[in-house]
Design a protein around this ligand. Structure first.
Ligand code: SAM
Length: 250
């Protein structure tokens, strides 16, 4: 029926898959997966057996023609990533755009997404927020990116890996000030799900004290800059930015 379904899968707890996701995965002709081995495991759990092919960051452009070809022969395809919602810090954008441009339907099948899951329980304002994905891996790039966000008043959501979580928290504290409030959400929906909330100084102290708090997958939900920031606070923030910039100079 020439449809591309964009199907969200769990971010840990397999019971979070939706009934609709299962029935769509059962009904399609093909499944396009970020990592076919990973997805085969998931499908086995739900006793679904379908032909798979890979669509990941390194072959996405190339795979567009395969997807369009299958759709033009009347086949239906489900696009999935390793965890959560495809296209959210995951491959799929190039394919979805091309499929839409070619005039085929793209139907979303919503489900788990780590950023929304973290926001829903973080206790940080959710009326306005921005998703920043992963910060740059190197500290210099990271601080540059954070400086651009120094005046951001919306809640900011970042994804982070276990290797860098502590370094990133420290850079955020350096640029935003260690009094800024955040919630560090770890291992969402999994056995060791943990939320650490407080000022950056407080959360950093807890993460430093317990190496378990550096394991697993993380979402950082950081409060925005104070809206009511008067000139005083503004100049404190400006001073901090200047400090960081000076550090970068030769
Ligand atoms: N597409 C996914 C989604 O919908 O959230 C995100 C994929 S991205 C490659 C992986 C990152 O998402 C991890 O490094 C982590 O920051 C975050 N993440 C995914 N699952 C998570 C979980 N169970 N707990 C905390 N963070 C998670």
């Amino acid at each position: 029926e020439s449809v591309l379904y964009v199907v969200a899968t769990p971010i840990g707890n397999l019971a979070d898959i939706s009934e609709r996701a299962i029935s769509v995965l059962r009904s399609v002709d093909l499944i396009a997966a970020e990592d076919t081995r990973h997805t085969r495991q998931l499908l086995m759990h739900f006793t679904i057996n379908k032909p798979l092919f890979s669509v990941h960051d390194h072959n996405e452009e190339q795979r567009v023609s395969r997807v369009l070809d299958e759709l033009s022969q009347g086949r239906s395809i489900a696009l999935v990533s390793d965890a959560g919602t495809p296209l959210i810090s995951d491959p799929g954008f190039v394919v979805v755009r091309a499929v839409r441009q070619a005039g085929f339907s793209v139907i979303p099948v919503p489900g788990a997404c780590a950023l929304v899951t973290a926001l829903s329980a973080a206790g940080i304002p959710t009326d306005r927020f921005c998703f920043e994905g992963f910060l740059p891996a190197k500290s210099s790039g990271r601080k540059k990116q954070l400086q651009k966000l120094a005046e951001e008043t919306r809640t900011m959501v970042f994804y982070e890996s276990p290797h860098r979580v502590l370094e990133s928290l420290k850079d955020i504290a350096e640029v935003f000030g260690e009094g800024r409030e955040l919630t560090l959400a770890r291992e969402l929906t999994k056995t060791f799900e943990t939320f650490l909330s407080g000022s950056l100084a407080e959360v950093i102290e807890q993460v430093e004290a317990d190496s378990n708090q550096r394991k697993g997958e993380f979402v950082l939900v950081v409060a925005g800059a104070d809206e009511s920031s008067d000139d005083d606070e503004g100049s404190v923030a400006a001073g901090r930015v200047l400090e960081v910039l000076l550090e970068e100079l030769p």
